[in-house]
Every structure is written in structure tokens, then in C-alpha cells.
Design a binder for this molecule. Sequence first.
Ligand SMILES: C[S@@+](CC[C@H](N)C(=O)[O-])C[C@H]1O[C@@H](n2cnc3c(N)ncnc32)[C@H](O)[C@@H]1O
Length: 284
Amino acid sequence: MSDADDKHSDCDNPLRAGEDVLLVDRKDREYLRTLTPGKTIHLRSGRFDMDDLIGLPDGSTIENSGGEAFLVLRPTYAKLIPHLPRKAQVIYPKDVGLILLWGDIFPGARVLEVGTGPGALTMALLRMIGPSGHLYSYELRQEFAEMARGNVDRFFGPAPQWTLKLADIRNGIEERNLDRIVIDLPEPWRLLPEAWRALKPGAVLVAYVPTVLQMKQFVDQARVSGFTAVEAMENLLRGWHVEGPSVRPDHRMVAHTGFVITARRLAERESSTLPGEASDDDTD
Ligand SMILES: C[S@@+](CC[C@H](N)C(=O)[O-])C[C@H]1O[C@@H](n2cnc3c(N)ncnc32)[C@H](O)[C@@H]1O
């Protein structure tokens, strides 16, 4: 029996060579590292041999050569995203939560997302639709498409249910009968006519925008472009410090990220005005 076998004899899913783990120090600082056989890493005042970590159970504690203890964890989705290699802004997990649930992404769904960026949302969508669904991702720039491909390969694994398209969405959506579309672009209202054509009747359209003016424009135009039940929301997440008698909100929080807007595709594009919606006179 090898050393590694020895270490994980009571564990059916030990840490494997090649996977990424979070090393967490006593002050909760996190370091994402790949378990590369034969490699030594230096962290704070000491070093680790990666070979000593490979084969350990997830959730183990180890010491570096300086005697400092670190927790070794497989990263959850929420812990991974802040460490994701990126060149564009990603959607943060607190907003991804809204998109997945209010966007009603379900196992087996045929979903389209645009743009892909570094692929943070992509991985959450892939998890939610499962192996029986299909995700189409449109990305304009090759460097982002390559980055998304690398991140999905590395952090999600094989994804045969994912079609990544290097394409400008302004040239049209090829897919039809989609269950859901998620748009993360600066001017999502420009896609409304094409999204209506690509979605099934009753399907959910989601847009993510950072500013109030973008939100307002999208909501107004969705209501006159064959969509209804439009809802706009944001998520303010406040962590709490819970240490002995010191139980209080964290001193810092992220005050603003973006707005999530959801809408349902009407069966007919031209419909009579519904409660709370703009009149036909507002149509461009
Ligand atoms: C903010 S990033 C998306 C981040 C992504 N949602 C995530 O969570 O990782 C927006 C992406 O849209 C892409 N994009 C912009 N215009 C586009 C277009 N017309 N067609 C396709 N992709 C586009 C950009 O290249 C960029 O990578």
C-alpha cells in the first residue's frame, strides 16, 4: 500500500493530484493552489510538499514547515469564484443565486447565456441544468472564450452539454425553443426581439446590469417587446462575525454589484396592455 493509500484508507474521495484546493490560514485568509505531484509551495513563513496533501481527506488540517496550521478544503462554488482567473468582471455568487432561482434554471433545461466572459456564471448554469440539459454560451472575444474554456475544464470538468460559440450575438441567435436566456451585456434591451424569437412561450428571460438607467431601459423595453411579469431586484448580502461574545455584522460589505431582471415571454408578441405595463404607444 502506498503512502497516499494509507492516508485515505478511511476516505472514499481523497484529494487528488491535479485538483485545486483552498488552503485557509488561522486568520481565514484563503490561497487557491493546484495539487501538483513533486511540487513544493511556499506559503507565509513555511512550505508544503504537495505530495503530503495528495490523498488526504477534504477538510484536513496540515502544518507548513514553520509550524503554521492550514485547513485544506475543496473550494465550494462561492469560495472558488473570487479566486477565478479572469480578465472581465464576473457575476458574484450572491447574484448568481438570484439568477438561478428567479431565472428558474432547472435540470434538463436548454439555456443560452451571453456573454460568457471568464465563465463564472457558465459553471453555475452547467451545474443547475445537469447532464440532461444543454447550455449555449455566446462570446465575442477569443481570449475570453479561451479563458472560459480553461476555467470550465479546470474547475468544472468535462461538459459535453456545453456549446461555447465564438460569435457576436448581434448577428442573431441560432437556437430556437429555448427554455431560458441569461444576458450579461451592457445593452441587453437590444436583444429583446431576438430573445423573443428564440424562447418558448412562457420561457424566462434574465438580464444582469450594473446601473439603474440600464435596469429602467431594459424593464421598459421588455414590456413592449413581447415580455410580461417583469421583475427587477438586487441582493444585499451582509456577513456576520460570530466569535465568542462578539456577534455583530461584518464591518465591511459589498454595497452594490448589479440588478437582476426577470421576464416571461408572452405567447403572442402583440398583446393588449397588461396591468402595470406601458401602452403600445411607447413601442419604438
Ligand atoms: C461581464 S462579461 C460576462 C461575465 C460572465 N457572465 C461571468 O459571470 O463570468 C461580458 C462578456 O460579454 C462579451 N460580449 C460583449 N458583447 C458581446 C456580443 N455582442 N456578443 C457576444 N459576447 C459579447 C464580452 O466580451 C465579455 O466577455
